[in-house]
Design a protein. Sequence first.
Lengths: 277, 295
Amino acid sequence: MKKSLAARAAIMVAAVLLGLWSFFPIYWMIVSSLRPEKELFGQPELFPRNIDWNFTSYRNLLELTDYPLQFANSICVALVVVLITLVVSVIIAYVVTRFRIPGKTAMIGSMLYAYMFPPLLLAIPLLSIFAKIGFADHLIAVVLAHCTLSIPLGVWMLWGFFKVMPFDLEEAAMVDGCSRAGAFVRVVLPLSLPGIVTVSIFSFLLSWTDYVFSFILVNSDANKTLPVGLASILGSFDARWGELMAGATLITLPLFILFMFLSKYFIKGLAAGAVKG
Amino acid sequence: MKSFRTSSDKWLLAAFVACIAFTLILILVPVLHAMHLSLFKSESFVSESKWVGLANYVQVLSEPAFWRAFGIGIVFALLTIALQLVLGIACALLLDQPFFGRPVIRGLAILPYLLPTVVVAVAFQWLLDGSLGLLTIWSEQIGIGRPAWFENPLIAMGVVVVASVWTWTPFVTVSFLAALQTVPKSLYEAARVDCAGPWARFWHITIPMLTPMLVVIILLRSIWMFNKFDIIWLLTKGGPLGATEHLPIMAYRRAFAQYDVGGGAAVATLSFAVLSILIIVYFHFYPLEEKDQRT
């Protein structure tokens, strides 16, 4: 099927427009974080002539605000969430596919049901519970709150993975003298590695990008995660655009790096509806 | 198939029970607690609360503000879902064509979806800043003055809708693009032999073949767009004058700004109820047992 020149040109133009539409706001954010502060107030140039090689916006942000601390908070929270999610969802998904569990559809169903709930509506009662047991304004509260999203997601994705994995392989390993744990580690885990990578990526993504839970559950600057920290700079009286763009770029950077190296898993997960939103 | 038992299974099953209990407590307790809170009157999460039965619901439902917020939520959801669908399908069809540099454009088209909402909000606020924003300056240069992006109710709604469409359209694009690959190529070839143009092929092959997929996409989009909190909150805080205040923002305001935890919980519970209908429809179209077809 040969396409006419006009049709190919039209496709090219549409593709360029799509690229611009998707990338321009991100480009503008990054460029603005790199320009000298004075030029943010002048006539905007699409291609900046001057780049501020002192990275003043970044320095200000890191030296004058709690951003480094909040960066550390976000990393800690996200890593703990990934760890809990992996352990819990591997165990649940494995047992559900390998044993006869009464009422398992109801259990998984209620998890997925909750997964579809908007975070804000879960955050209000969660704050009330955490306030009563003394976890309010604590990172543990944020970790547990993120788990309400990431565990159902993990169980859902890994269930699909374990279900299609032939049981014969493990059985053979066990007949040959492996314990179930041995068969799991030697046979099931290597085969389900793509699923486990996908679940790790998306639990990280959920936790790293979450605004609502930390916004509701955390008050003090020292316990904020990055998105809430950035939003509070935005909300302050005098908007410092250079610093704000630097902060936004710093939140985005780890995601883009992950995406570049693991885009295969990203796309697979996205197509499976892994991100809530 | 499930007959094989080993001596360590006891421990595994114990761990399973612990994990399930942990997860269900974590997930179901907040939902039940929201309903519980909605039956009490209290000013904050730590102060004394008083049993009032259904009074919070009566009060909330009798307020015109509730129905206004409900309507705004529906307008926002319908606009964003319709635009996401049309744009997402168009982008998927485009990205399905072979052209030079396609992998790059495919990658770029997904990026907005990966951004944290707060970054989207900050980036749009910057583009639309009243005096320094690029779009503000551009619209001044083409002679339509400085639009009151966040002060005019209609424009503010438009801003929120465009920002949401920008961020979440890639979900439709990626899902539809993946689904497109499942349509047998032979159908298109047969249609081409019968001289069907691209438009006819799209309406008579692509859409009918992908209707089940579209239903799922539409339901998921509705479930999530109906209760988007963060993008609206970060862009407009529900303003100007409540023009973009929908139920989640109302629930938040009641619980945290108006010291009416019971009322906020009542709004949240009512949103649960509306959502549950959508979720039940979703599970009806897409039963759990078949879920692995999608992964």
